[in-house]
Design a protein. Structure first.
Lengths: 379, 254
């Protein structure tokens, strides 16, 4: 690799010299500058019928991997065509690199197939995968139920310290965002109702709308969405990273059931916290509604009285029942995605996405199911 | 710029995490064409020193000079130019798991060369062949073994023909045979490409097999005890700690 004064363009030409063909290499062959593709020369070497290929490097300037890449291709082509490659005309370093590159033979085995998504869709693999995922999720829920049974009999490896840690992580640490969202949703409901109610001069019923709306529906649903994004995703990422770092394998080989040890504390903490946060969210939502109502000539006392009449214990319990179910859905979605995570950084990303998406989908499905049930039961 | 000239100079380097001093007053020179070993017991700051040399961490005091140019005093453009001359292999390969091996090796080529896709594919095939992974272009890192991941990491590190190759624990987690093959590969690369190699390791077999210059970091006194050719240090180091560390190789029958 001598130092050249001015850069010269790389070139290669094929010459026939008696019995052998000679590739004349000239100029600077550098990755940073690029060179000729040499596809034609490559073809000519194999088509020429010559039995030997030599090299003339008298005009060769600087070179690096770009040159050896060409030689590597030539080497493979020559071997296929039965041409002997005579490397003695090449710089010594290039000869050595070429030998090193050819030291380990190419593997014959085909790489594993990575079909694109639409091929897998046509092949039914995506559908089959979804079906297997559903069965697996059912199995996972079954494991949780069994682990809960063992916990009740006091024979589970669930540590109280983990439970309290997740209680702190899912509850108090989420108060800020739940406050903000709840007040805003309460205000949104109030504005939505006031547009219609004002036409009848019935602004005071905004209190009914906001109160019942928050307690029965929006409190649980919005808290659920927040927790799916905040806590469900965190569960999936924690467990997924533990999977990549073989921590879950370690738990298993220590003879501890990972469902008891890792999933139960998360699930129980979330199931306990969700109804409390939902209650809190309902109250904050009513405060938000009151702010809007005060601006529409409804007095504070009127709003409070109306709310007290409208929001019954039955309304509150329907919302709380939803909250418990949502807590289960979010924790199961997050933990399932995390426990079934692959072992690469990309897989952790996928697990987190799957946790949030499936949690939100099943939240809405469960919410619809609850509403149909309440309708039928007349609650 | 001949073999034997000073290539990397570490001058008065003190490394610190917050108030905790890891190593102080490090002073040594790596010559062009050396296989330089950073050695020492666990937790003495070997990997931290490597991270300081490649600019991932800022020194508390002191500097690292490359061909007389201080990395710490170079601006953003100067640092980029220096970085482009390095190839770095990380402890667990550091391959991007969402990309195939070919895409991993192609990334620096796409970034820094004017080559088109076909030319890059050719270079990638050559680089993978060089580390003994010909035909593994379309595998994802998770589909090959740990030793192969390390070699693939090496293929990516040498994609741009670096002048200096850094290795962080190349043989950690490898069986003795794979570890020896990797050592041989490193030597071949050094001979064929004329690169300077800097290796963090505590594998005595590797230290004697490939190292011709080294520095010993001591966890107790938080500074370097000695530097030089490890084979000479084993016999003639002024410090008993260093001699003992290196002599264990004899008892293990390397």
């Amino acid at each position: 690799m001598s130092a050249a004064a001015a850069p010269r363009a790389a070139s290669c030409t094929l010459e026939r010299r008696g019995e052998r063909v000679v590739l004349v290499l000239a100029g600077d062959w550098l990755l940073a500058r690029g060179g000729p593709s040499a596809a034609g020369e490559l073809h000519d070497v194999t088509a020429s019928g010559a039995r030997e290929l030599g090299f003339d490097c008298t005009a060769l300037g600087d070179w690096d991997s770009l040159l050896v890449t060409l030689l590597h291709r030539l080497d493979a082509a020559c071997e296929q065509a039965g041409v002997t490659l005579l490397g003695d005309g090449l710089p010594e370093g290039a000869q050595r690199l070429l030998a090193l590159a050819g030291a380990v033979p190419r593997r014959g085995e085909a790489p594993p197939a990575h079909p694109v998504w639409w091929r897998r869709l046509l092949g039914g693999q995506i559908l089959a995968g979804a079906w297997r995922g559903l069965l697996d999720a059912l199995g996972f829920i079954g494991e949780i139920v069994l682990a809960c049974g063992r916990l009740l009999r006091g024979r589970a490896n669930t540590r109280a310290v983990d439970f309290f840690w997740f209680l702190q992580q899912t509850g108090p640490a989420a108060i800020g965002i739940v406050t903000l969202i709840s007040v805003l949703v309460g205000m949104i409901l109030a504005y939505l109702g006031s547009v219609q109610l004002r036409q009848f001069g019935a602004q005071v019923y905004v209190a009914d709308l906001v109160g019942i709306g928050m307690v029965r529906e929006m409190g649980a649903l919005m808290t659920g969405v927040i927790m799916a994004g905040r806590t469900g995703a965190a569960f999936a990422a924690q467990l997924g990273t533990m999977q990549t770092r073989e921590e879950i394998d370690a738990v298993r080989t220590l003879g501890i059931d990972p469902t008891e040890f890792l999933v139960l504390p998360r699930l129980l903490a979330l199931v306990l916290v969700m109804p409390l946060l939902t209650l809190y969210s309902g109250v904050l939502g009513m405060c938000g509604g009151a702010l809007v109502a005060l601006g529409m000539d409804v007095s504070w006392t009127q709003y409070l009285n109306e709310t007290r009449n409208a929001v019954t214990l039955a309304h509150i319990m329907t919302g709380e029942a939803k909250a418990v179910a949502f807590g289960v859905v979010i924790a199961v979605a997050g933990c399932h995605a995390g426990m079934r995570c692959g072992r690469s950084s990309e897989a952790v990303g996928k697990a987190t996405t799957r946790a949030v998406v499936s949690a939100i989908v099943w939240l809405i499905v469960a919410d619809a199911a609850f509403n149909i049930l309440y309708q039928r039961l007349g609650i | 710029m001949r073999t034997g000239d000073p290539h990397i100079e570490v001058r008065g380097l003190t490394m610190r995490y917050g108030a905790r001093v890891i190593q102080r007053d490090l002073e040594f020179t790596v010559n062009r064409g050396d296989v330089f070993v950073i050695m020492g017991g666990s937790g003495c700051g070997k990997s931290t020193l490597l991270k300081h040399m490649i600019g991932l961490l800022e020194p508390a005091t002191g500097e690292v000079l490359y061909d007389g140019v201080s990395f710490q005093r170079a601006g953003a453009a100067g640092r980029d130019a220096l970085r482009r001359r390095w190839g770095i292999t990380y402890q667990s390969g550091g391959l991007f798991s969402a990309m195939t091996l070919a895409e991993n090796v192609a990334l620096p080529l796409q970034q820094y060369t004017p080559l088109d896709a076909a030319a890059i594919a050719d270079v990638v095939a050559y680089k993978l062949a060089l580390v003994g992974l010909a035909g593994f272009e379309d595998y994802y890192p998770s589909e090959i073994s740990g030793g192969m991941q390390k070699r693939a990491g090496l293929a990516r590190a040498i994609a741009l023909d670096p002048e200096i190759l850094f290795f962080d624990e190349p043989s950690a987690g490898l069986d003795p045979l794979s570890s020896r093959l990797l050592d041989e590969l490193i030597l071949h690369m050094r001979d064929a490409l004329g690169v300077t190699v800097v290796i963090v390791t505590h594998e005595l077999a590797s230290i004697f097999a490939i190292g011709n210059n080294s520095v010993y970091l001591d966890a107790e006194s938080r500074t370097m005890l000695d530097h030089g050719d490890p084979k000479e240090l084993r016999e003639r180091s002024r410090h008993e700690t260093v001699r003992r560390f290196l002599a264990r190789a004899g008892t293990e029958g390397t």
